[in-house]
Write a protein that binds this ligand. Structure first.
Ligand code: GDP
Length: 424
């Protein structure tokens, strides 16, 4: 199989993890290229149910190499906890099937603390951060004030580098936020503990990937979150602090020149969103509660109830274009089975005009959804495995969405299990 990226088209939580889990078999290597421990990919397979935050979703498949690329926020603490948790459930994890880029920057203890301090300072204007330190981490990375994982192999150099960073970071912690700050002893303990645990996995993954491509191996690029959370193209400032789009996959993986043959965009059959920011199609009250219950919409990382609403064609089309998707996986179609009529947001009304284009972030909260409905199917579709087995109303819905978003829907998923999928 050729090189594939699996990316989110919407606000995240579309079901990317289950698609990576499904499609890993056709690939030799799975690479995570951005983000950190701030979101979760839920996977249900023969080992049980997992919420992976940092580990690539190919970790369950024997013979597949999993790589955390240079674009990732390398949270050694969370990564180690995750490795231990997954290991205790019967999955082997070693440098044979997990490699961490020596060019990935380390998320340090102060990043998590700063995230919490800044959200507290913002109070009711907060961004809805998961407080995993992602925004302070990427700010520091772009300021060239992070430590590369490969530095763990050079203790003298690392110590000097950390001393410099410590002096600088304590200025902010103490003088801006009135926090206690850190000592060198605390940092050294952290390096001796979590740094040492992750060090055996650290290598020149760029070189490894280049060699693998030359040998004809195929790569699956795994994204976190969705197009609308992309730092450049998303709903600024309610985005994440990295680029979630497929175009960033080569850069964040360590293969800047690689060609991605297929971009599979994952779209949920309705909308959901965690955290703050404008969410045009949002439902409230009983209507929302019913959909949230039906779709089990609670955050994989935080357990927070997700905001929900009908599918948003305007935002989804924008996501498809932004991702350059070549194929779509429509997930959670089974969740809509309880509805008499399926609601669809087909356009927005913005300043008195009807539009089908996704608005500029600053005026997004002024947009109002224009809703149409299609007939529901009102029966359990979770055992359907062929396109023809779906009721006509469900097929009509999928075909309508396909037409409107301008991209073929090649996969329709009707349940969380690996096999609950229709391949068209
Ligand atoms: P990701 O971050 O994009 O991988 O998505 P999450 O894991 O946060 O959320 C997707 C949720 O939907 C998980 O709980 C999955 O088990 C579940 N899921 C995925 N596909 C389906 C589906 O087709 N039907 C149902 N009912 N649940 C699904």
């Amino acid at each position: 199989m050729a090189n594939t990226a699996i990316v989110g088209i919407n606000w995240g939580d579309e079901g990317k993890g289950r698609m990576v889990d499904l499609l890993t078999r056709g690939h030799d290597i799975v690479v995570r290229y951005q983000g950190g421990g701030n979101a979760g990919h839920t996977i249900i397979n023969e080992y049980g149910k997992f919420a992976l935050h940092l580990l690539p979703s190919g970790i369950f498949t024997k013979g597949v190499m999993n790589v955390l690329g240079n674009g990732v926020a390398l949270d050694c603490e969370n990564l180690w906890k995750e490795i231990e948790d997954v290991r205790t459930r019967g999955v082997e994890i070693s440098p044979e099937n997990l490699a961490v880029s020596d060019r990935a920057s380390l998320l340090l203890p102060w990043h998590r603390e700063l995230d919490g301090l800044e959200e507290a300072r913002l109070a009711d204007k907060k961004y809805g951060s998961t407080r995993q330190g992602i925004a302070p981490f990427y700010s520091d990375k772009y300021s060239k004030k992070t430590v590369l994982a490969g530095e763990l192999n050079y203790p003298e150099h690392l110590r000097a580098h950390l001393l410099d960073l410590l002096e600088w970071k304590n200025l902010t912690l103490k003088n801006v936020y009135g926090a206690e700050g850190y000592t060198m002893a605390q940092l050294e303990d952290w390096v001796a503990d979590y740094g040492e645990k992750i060090r055996p996995f650290v290598r020149d993954t760029g070189e490894y990937l280049k060699k693998s491509v030359a040998e004809g191996k195929s790569i699956l690029f795994e994204a976190q979150l969705g197009a609308l959370r992309d730092l450049d193209y998303g709903i600024v400032p309610y985005t994440t602090s990295s680029n979630t789009i497929a175009a960033f996959a080569p850069v964040g993986s360590g293969l800047p020149g690689v060609k991605i043959d297929s971009v599979i965009g994952v779209v949920k059959a309705y909308s959901s969103c965690v955290g703050e920011g404008p969410f045009t199609c949002e439902w409230f009250g009983e209507q929302a509660e019913k959909l949230r219950e039906a779709g089990a919409e609670y955050g994989a990382k935080t357990g927070r109830p997700r905001r929900v609403g009908p599918i948003d064609i305007v935002a989804t089309r924008y996501g498809v274009e932004t991702q350059g998707a070549t194929n779509i996986a429509l997930t959670k179609l089974d969740v809509l089975s309880y509805m008499d009529e399926i609601p669809i947001c087909e356009k927005y009304e913005l300043f008195g005009e009807v539009t089908d284009r996704f608005p500029f972030p600053a005026v997004l909260s002024d947009a109002k959804p224009i809703i149409k409905t299609m007939p529901g199917w009102k029966c359990d579709i979770s055992s359907c495995r062929k396109w023809e087995e779906l009721p006509k109303e469900a097929r009509d819905y999928v075909e309508y969405v396909e037409r409107e978003i301008g991209c073929r829907i090649g996969y329709v998923s009707v349940g969380p299990e690996r096999e609950s999928i229709i391949i068209r």
